[in-house]
Design a protein around this ligand. Structure first.
Ligand code: CS2
Ligand code: MG
Length: 402
C-alpha cells in the first residue's frame, strides 16, 4: 500500500504571498494544495507544519474522506478560516494525487463534465466612471460574458476594488493601510456608475458588483432597490454575513440577486443563507472552505434550494485552488459563475497551470490530477514578505468593515 512519505509547507511571494502544501507518497506521486489565507498566511503555514504534517506521515493517501474527518473532528477546535484552509490544503493535495494515480483529471472523479466550460467574470474598475467604462469595454473585447464593475467614490480615497496595476491587490502594505469610508457617498455614487455601464454597453452581458460587506441590512436593501432595473447578476456581500438572519430584511425589499460566502469557511456558516433561500449564489471556495470534499457538500446543499455556485477567485487564491475550482465548477449541476481576477506577474513562474481561458470560459487541464506544477527553483527567488489587508475607517475615525 502506498503511504504519505512527505508533506512540505512551501511559502513564497511571486508578486504576492502564497502558502502551498505538497504531499509526496511512497510511490513518488505528488499532490498540491493551496493554503493561502490573505494577511494571515503564516498562521496556516504553522497549523500545517506544526500540527497537521506529523499526523499525515504514514497515512494512506487514498483515504481522502477519512483524512478529512480525522483532521476536522480530531482537532476538537472546529471550523474557522485557519483550520478549514489547512484542511483544504491537505484535501486538495489528496484529490490531486488520487487523479494522478487514476490517470484522470479531477473533474472526472467528480462525475465528469456537466458543461462545456466554466463561465467566468472579470474585474473592471476605475478611478472614475469614465475609466471604469473603458475597462469594461476592454474585458468585453477580450470575450468575457460577465464583468464586475467597481469605481472609486469621489472624495473618499481608497474605495474597495479599484485596481492600480495588472490585477487588484488589496494586501499591498507591510502594515494595514487605513482607508476612509463613507456609506452615504457610496450609496449616492455606485448606482450612477452601474447605470452608466448599462447605458453604454446594454444588457447583453452579465454585470456584477461587490459591495464588500460595507452596508447595514436596510442600507443594502436600499442599494438593491436602487439598482433593480440594472439587472445585476448579483450584488456581492451586501452586509457582513456572521448574522445570517440579517439577509431576511434585504430579501423583503429587493429582488436584486445576492452572493455571499468568500470569507466563510464551512457549511454551517452558510446553512441558513441557503436553506432559507436568503442568497442566490454561494461563494465559498476550495481553499478556504475545507477543500473539494467539503465544498461539494456545500454545493449539494445549495442545489436542494436552487442556490447556485459563484466561487471566489481573486488573485490571492493560488493557481492550485483556481485549477481545483474549475474542476469542481465543470462537474457540479448547480454551477453559476466563477470569479477570474487573474494573477500578478511572477505567479506563473512558480505555478505552471494547465487552466486555459477561451470564449469567456475557463477550461481545466486534461492532465491527471489538478494539472498544476510547482517550481521550487523559481519560488526560491520570491521570499515571503509580511502583507496586510486594509482597514476601513468611517470619516469620524471609527473602524468599519473593509
Ligand atoms: C474580493 C476580494 O474578489 C473579491 O470578490 O472580495 O478581492 C477580496 O477582497 C480579497 O480576496 C481578500 O483577500
Ligand atoms: Mg468579494
Amino acid at each position: 500500500m502506498s503511504t504519505i512519505e512527505r508533506a512540505e509547507v512551501l511559502v513564497a511571494s511571486p508578486g504576492r504571498n502564497f502558502v502551498t502544501l505538497r504531499i509526496t507518497t511512497s510511490d513518488g506521486v505528488t499532490g498540491l494544495g493551496d493554503a493561502t489565507l490573505n494577511g494571515r498566511e503564516l498562521a496556516v503555514a504553522s497549523y500545517l507544519r506544526d500540527h497537521v504534517v506529523p499526523l499525515l506521515i504514514g497515512r494512506d493517501p487514498a483515504r481522502v474522506e477519512d483524512t478529512w474527518q480525522y483532521l476536522y473532528r480530531g482537532a476538537y477546535w472546529r471550523r474557522g478560516p485557519v483550520t478549514m484552509t489547512a484542511i483544504a490544503a491537505v484535501d486538495t493535495a489528496l484529490w490531486d494525487i488520487k487523479g494522478k494515480v487514476a490517470g484522470l483529471p479531477v473533474y472526472q472523479l467528480l462525475g465528469g463534465r456537466s458543461r462545456d466550460g466554466v463561465m467566468v467574470y472579470a474585474h473592471a474598475s476605475g478611478n472614475d466612471t469614465a475609466e471604469l467604462l473603458d475597462d469594461v469595454a476592454r474585458f468585453l473585447d477580450e470575450g468575457y460574458l460577465a464583468v464586475r464593475a467597481q469605481a472609486a467614490v469621489p472624495e473618499v480615497g481608497g474605495t474597495y476594488g479599484v485596481r492600480k496595476g495588472k490585477v487588484y491587490e488589496p494586501a499591498a502594505s507591510a502594515l494595514p493601510d487605513e482607508q476612509p469610508w463613507s456609506t452615504e457617498a457610496y450609496l449616492d455614487f455606485a448606482p450612477t456608475y452601474l447605470a452608466a455601464v448599462r447605458e453604454r454597453f446594454g444588457f447583453g452581458f452579465h454585470l456584477l458588483h461587490d459591495v464588500h460587506h460595507r452596508l447595514s441590512p436596510i442600507e443594502a436593501a436600499r442599494f438593491g432597490k436602487a439598482v433593480e432595473d440594472l439587472r445585476l447578476f448579483w450584488m456581492e456581500d451586501p452586509t457582513p454575513a456572521e448574522n445570517q438572519e440579517a439577509f431576511r430584511l434585504i430579501r423583503q425589499h429587493t429582488t436584486t440577486p445576492i452572493a455571499v460566502g468568500e470569507n466563510l469557511s464551512s457549511i454551517w456558516d452558510v446553512q441558513h443563507l441557503i436553506t432559507e433561500q436568503l442568497i442566490d449564489y454561494v461563494r465559498t471556495t476550495v481553499v478556504h472552505a475545507g477543500g473539494i470534499t467539503h465544498l461539494r457538500r456545500i454545493f449539494d446543499l445549495a442545489a436542494l434550494y436552487q442556490v447556485r455556485t459563484g466561487s471566489h477567485g481573486a488573485g490571492d487564491l493560488s493557481p492550485v485552488s483556481m485549477a481545483a475550482a474549475v474542476h469542481v465548477d465543470l462537474a457540479v449541476p448547480n454551477f453559476g459563475i466563477q470569479e477570474h481576477m487573474g494573477h500578478v506577474d511572477g505567479v506563473d513562474e512558480v505555478f505552471r497551470t494547465g487552466v486555459r481561458f477561451a470564449d469567456g470560459m475557463l477550461h481545466p487541464s486534461e492532465e491527471p490530477g489538478l494539472g498544476v506544477e510547482y517550481d521550487d527553483e523559481a519560488a526560491a527567488g520570491f521570499p515571503y514578505e509580511p502583507r496586510y489587508l486594509p482597514v476601513a475607517r468611517r470619516l469620524d475615525g471609527s473602524v468599519h468593515d473593509w
